[in-house]
Design a binder for this molecule. Sequence first.
Ligand code: FE
Length: 200
Amino acid sequence: MTATPHAADRAPASVRTEALEALLTEKGLVNAGGLDGLINRFVNDVGPMNGATVVARAWTDPEYRERLLADGTAAVGEFGFSGPQGEHIVVVPNDAEHHNVVVCTLCSCYPWPLLGLPPDWYKDPAYRSRIVREPRTVLGEMGLELGDDVKITVWDSSAENRYFILPARPSGTEDMSETELAAIVTREAMVGVAVVGSPS
Ligand code: FE
């Protein structure tokens, strides 16, 4: 039997999302207020600042860095960062020789408790397919030019493992406090499409 595409398949994501939410609410599977609360929390309260806090601690406390790389979920839990999409956090360190970048090729798996909700480019089908095939080119287009001697690894996030990048600490930051360090860490660096630059 040939499947006929439903009109909903061609509707914009926002319309499909609303239809899905209405259906789930009607069936009593979710409550609309709860969903709005959840989205508000991850947009307004969480955001990438949590991830930046973790990175700054790892830059200043070698024992914490070790715990973070050994068991990401437990180490970020020390800050109370947990919850939906915060299970199975795997932390991968970047350095000058080896650059790591994260994608979810299937959908948009992302460490919500550390970074908030994913940005649009992360959910874009072009990013999700191309970063795997031609990471150096895509990173270059996003403003990160890596030398040919830098090895690149692409990590595919899923429900089993949600990857989080520990960026390299830039030079010129030796005298900065943990709070000052957290302020220079960007969301893009924690996904691996950027590096943290030296403060000028
Ligand atoms: Fe996903």
